[in-house]
Design a protein around this ligand. Structure first.
Ligand code: PEP
Ligand code: MN
Length: 255
């Protein structure tokens, strides 16, 4: 598995993920209502958007925090993506939700907390839709690449890696965005590798510089949490940027 393989490009609507032009995924951490996600989708499309994100099944640290809208949220995200005419991505928390979600979803996201959930990975291996596999926050590169193998072995070649930060002794950021690890995984697997400066830092003020760094390092795409009014976002407010900040990033860095 660690031998260098042929470059893998994932085709999705008019996107060619991994072909050299970085893809921009943006949207709120959580889908908050139908109206909210449709407004986000249309505004972000106007600014510059390749893929719309939004969480419906939310893996929150506290069970008392907003847990997401579940399948209803996935349906809202589908509607919003269709209105903006872009593909969408959302996290799947359990293998038991895949069948219900399947017809709405374009890309299944496996979250950091689920990277080691081998029954989820095996079931995603049986699907014919792309899977974005986030790195576990304490996963070695070897564990991350092996987690991808669970999906690939089942027959689903459409795996996109996403570096989202790992836990270190760094106390000023939520995580440490391991861009070197991300570049290495791209070299070792020849598969598309994205990065997530939002979860990777936990700080609004670091989204732009880290986006610049990841794109300069040749990664295949970035996923950024954006909200109309970030301070009121129902999850991850501190790392969420507003439309104006996202616009500046797009104008500077999006091809
Ligand atoms: C997310 O993208 O909203 C998310 C929960 O990410 P992670 O799994 O990287 O924490
Ligand atoms: Mn989030």
């Amino acid at each position: 598995m660690l031998e260098k393989q042929e470059k893998k490009i994932i085709k999705l609507k008019n996107l060619e993920i991994g072909s050299g032009k970085a893809a921009f995924i943006a949207g709120p951490c959580s889908i908050e209502s139908e109206k909210h996600i449709i407004e986000e989708a249309l505004s972000l499309k106007e600014i510059g958007l390749d893929i719309l994100r939004g969480g419906a099944f939310k893996p929150r640290t506290s069970p008392y925090d907003f847990q997401g809208l579940g399948l209803e949220g996935v349906k809202y995200l589908r509607k919003a993506a269709d209105e903006a005419d872009v593909p969408m991505i959302t996290e799947v928390l359990s293998e038991f939700d895949i069948d219900d979600m399947y017809k709405y979803v374009d890309i299944f996201q496996v979250g950091s907390r689920n990277m080691y959930n081998y029954s989820l990975l095996k079931k995603l291996g049986e699907q014919d839709k792309p899977v974005m596999l986030k790195r576990g926050f304490s996963a070695s590169l070897d564990e991350w690449m092996n987690a991808a193998e669970y999906i690939i072995k089942g027959g689903n070649e459409n795996v996109i890696f996403c570096e989202r930060g790992i836990r270190t002794f760094n106390d000023y950021t939520r995580n440490t965005l391991d861009l070197a690890g991300a570049v290495l995984v791209k070299k070792l697997t020849s598969r598309p590798v994205f990065f997530d400066p939002s979860h990777g830092t936990g700080r609004r003020d670091l989204i732009e510089p880290m986006t610049a760094a990841g794109l300069a390092a040749g990664l295949d795409g970035v996923i950024i949490e954006v909200h109309k009014d970030p301070d009121t976002a129902l999850s991850d407010a501190k790392q969420t940027i507003d439309y104006e900040s996202y616009k500046q990033i797009v104008e500077k860095y999006k091809e």
